[in-house]
Design a protein around this ligand. Structure first.
Ligand SMILES: Cc1cc2nc3c(=O)[nH]c(=O)nc-3n(C[C@H](O)[C@H](O)[C@H](O)COP(=O)(O)OP(=O)(O)OC[C@H]3O[C@@H](n4cnc5c(N)ncnc54)[C@H](O)[C@@H]3O)c2cc1C
Length: 325
């Protein structure tokens, strides 16, 4: 079988799990094996039915006190134990932060290879020689890899496959699996949740006003805040800004920050380094404000203003006020 580990948050299935089931369905067909799914920390019927809708013929549920909420170590060990017992031809999860962490935990515990963020996989067959194309550098680089393994652990590149239900839904068999888990594994477990602040977030904002090192100080972000408020948007920033302590890490856009998808991204005083660009490139339109006409962000943007952002940002705000009046 091909075993897909389903990502969910307290019983709510994540899109990454649907993507993994979709990817897994064609991989299982290629392997000539059935598609099975693992539901860690939950045995909710809705999730079982949904896994069936995506073609899973069997679902293994593992419920245990140590799995009361998400924890990478406990989920990793539960996944590893399922793999030990079921001996699947391969195991797969969605390439979210959680999916990659759980599979890395399981791989380390099993001493098996793990290949993250795959966009294409050719199964090993009898030789056990797998080939895969996977994303690196936040999706800006594709790597062809070869792996010899009887049982690889894989994740799919996040959002590289659209979740699609099977033409014919399966009615999966359900097997409750009892696993003893050391309570020590819960030392890295979700203990508390913060209610999302009201209004739009950086990842959902229709307009993002980004500020980089060129802004100069924490205080100089005030005009960017004012413009964002006028446009119903949010302020984001580059890592140079968070490194300087001008803004919190939650405002950082990029490879090690948030991936944004606004209608318009106004990137001011940001050079557009590749690690920033991978978080900004899904914006529908980009306006770069920069004193350097050769800056990467200027070259890649839809529109650019070559000028001092401290003059341009207030000027945009003034013009909007004038037109609204
Ligand atoms: C592993 C790794 C992960 C990383 N992850 C991220 C990440 O998630 N996000 C991220 O942003 N970076 C990330 N970085 C850092 C990245 O490589 C860059 O160093 C960073 O993005 C640069 O930030 P910046 O564009 O604000 O600064 P700079 O590169 O210094 O650019 C400043 C820009 O401002 C312009 N400017 C200066 N003054 C003005 C003015 N008055 N008006 C208009 N323009 C002006 C300059 O011409 C220049 O283009 C990462 C790096 C590594 C190694």
């Amino acid at each position: 079988m091909l075993l897909v580990v389903l990502e969910h948050d307290r019983g709510a299935m994540d899109e990454a799990a649907r993507e993994a089931l979709t990817f897994g369905r064609s991989l299982a067909a290629q392997m000539g094996m059935p598609l099975h799914a693992a539901l860690i920390g939950d045995d909710d019927t809705d999730q079982v039915v949904e896994a069936g809708a995506f073609g899973a013929e069997a679902v293994y549920t593992v419920v245990n006190d140590a799995l009361a909420d998400f924890g990478p170590e406990a989920w990793g060990e539960a996944t590893a134990e399922l793999i030990r017992r079921l001996e699947p031809g391969a195991a797969l999860a969605g390439g979210s932060e959680r999916g990659n962490e759980v599979m890395a935990q399981a791989a380390a515990r099993l001493d098996l290879p793990m290949v993250a963020n795959c966009v294409d996989v050719q199964a090993g067959g009898e030789t056990g020689e797998w080939t895969m194309t996977r994303q690196q550098w936040g999706g800006s680089l594709l790597e062809d890899a070869r792996l010899v393994s009887e049982r690889p652990l894989l994740t799919t590149g996040l959002h590289t496959v659209a979740a699609e239900r099977a033409e014919t839904a399966a009615s999966p068999s359900v097997e409750a699996v009892e696993i003893d888990l050391d309570p020590l594994l819960t030392r890295t477990m979700v203990k508390d949740r913060v209610v999302l602040e009201a209004g739009v977030t950086l990842s959902t904002a229709p307009v993002v006003i980004g500020g980089g090192r060129g802004v100069g100080t924490a205080e100089a972000f005030a005009p960017l805040e004012e413009l964002a408020a006028m446009l119903g948007g949010r302020v984001g920033c580059s890592r140079a800004v968070t490194n300087n302590g001008w803004r919190p890490h939650s405002d950082q856009i990029g490879q090690t920050g948030t991936r944004i998808t606004p209608e318009v991204y106004i990137a001011s005083g940001i050079s557009g380094a590749i690690q920033h660009w991978v978080g900004a490139k899904a914006s529908k339109r980009i306006l770069a404000i920069n004193t350097d006409p050769e800056a990467n962000m200027v070259v890649r943007a839809d529109w650019a203003v070559i000028a001092d952002l401290h003059e341009v940002i207030p000027a945009i705000a003034e013009e909007i006020k004038r037109r609204r009046a």
